[in-house]
Design a protein around this ligand. Sequence first.
Ligand SMILES: Cc1cc2nc3c(=O)[nH]c(=O)nc-3n(C[C@H](O)[C@H](O)[C@H](O)COP(=O)(O)OP(=O)(O)OC[C@H]3O[C@@H](n4cnc5c(N)ncnc54)[C@H](O)[C@@H]3O)c2cc1C
Length: 393
Amino acid sequence: MRWTAEHQALRESVHTFVDREINPYADQWEEEGIFPAHQVFKAAGKQGLLGITKPEAYGGSGLDFSFTVVMAEALARSKSSGVALAIGVQTDMCTPALSVYGSEELKRDFLAPSVAGDLVGCIGVSEAGGGSDVAALKTYARRVGDDYVINGHKMWITNGVQADWMCALVNTSEGQPHRNKSLIIIPMDTKGVQVEKKLDKMGMRASDTAVIHFDEVKVPQRFLIGEREGEGFKQQMSQFQDERLWGAANAVAIMEEALRMTVEYAQQRYTFGQPLIANQVIQHRLAELSTEVQALKALTYRAVELHMELGGMDMSVVRLASMAKLKAGRLSRELLDVCVQFHGGMGYVTESLINRLYRDVRVISIGGGADEVMLGLIAKQEGFVPLRKERHS
Ligand SMILES: Cc1cc2nc3c(=O)[nH]c(=O)nc-3n(C[C@H](O)[C@H](O)[C@H](O)COP(=O)(O)OP(=O)(O)OC[C@H]3O[C@@H](n4cnc5c(N)ncnc54)[C@H](O)[C@@H]3O)c2cc1C
């Protein structure tokens, strides 16, 4: 990756935004289990932070994916990872497919106002019956006249309580589960959309996560993303690569920050007449983890370079993005556990930031495709599969 003054300017701009719009209120929002998404997104939109890779025609900056990495990293400065996640959903999880495949009209009505921070979006893939097996989802959109009529539900939807629209993956026909799905925009104020409840979570507490039901929800057929039905599974698989790379980059920066906080604490905390950091066992553990974080960072950057070159549909991107996502989940759990340990009792109390991060990162191994799903994708790409059986007559 080649970093320029433009990248540095973006990093500083995001830091200013986090210091001004998020950190002074982070504790309060974590306590309340929600943050004012419209207010925060409007401020981010005004600062040009919600459309850095989106086309200029829709209010974006038209920059490449390396700038997404900078933003995801810089957002790790947030004392609430939940708010950072909510912003990531808006910029890199619910809008990539709309931006690439959506019609002019859809982009004008949903992408441009989302880039401006006037609308809050969410991504609806998972359902209570199962999130890992995306192909098995049940929500159905049937064609009636010029409309779709949608029935079903979505579960664990980030921004779901406050969202104005959802990019929903639904079935639009019977048949082969990878070819019967479509991404459809559902305005959340449509009759029949019901937010059943806000889920109470162990981490990412300021980010609202919802269960949402659809009962005979009517949306025009022009709200389909793409030119024809049946492309949704592929479009979502591509959109997942943006999400996973955003997640890996954000996790790397969270881990760097956790290490920095732990070193600072271990330098100031004395036991047995010397600072904690003077213990070689602590130095070596931190050095080992720091090495792993840098290895993950290099892997993530390589995946991002490939993404910029080949796009999210390319299987070599899927291979490295899955590896980065897997390693981000596993390493962040291990690293935050060590950081909590070296903070002692302060690490165990929920008021400490290191404790918050420990709880927050746990989701990385579950959301956006669990570790085991990543392992399945990697195994397939690496060719770790049985040999095809010869036919014996
Ligand atoms: C905080 C949070 C925010 C989220 N935000 C969103 C969102 O905005 N939009 C959205 O659509 N979804 C969202 N999700 C849902 C998330 O993507 C799913 O939880 C995830 O995909 C796992 O699905 P599941 O929970 O149904 O687990 P299941 O599919 O029931 O799997 C349970 C566990 O079994 C294991 N497992 C699954 N399959 C296999 C296998 N084949 N082999 C071995 N082990 C396996 C995994 O460890 C997995 O964690 C969010 C989840 C959380 C917790």
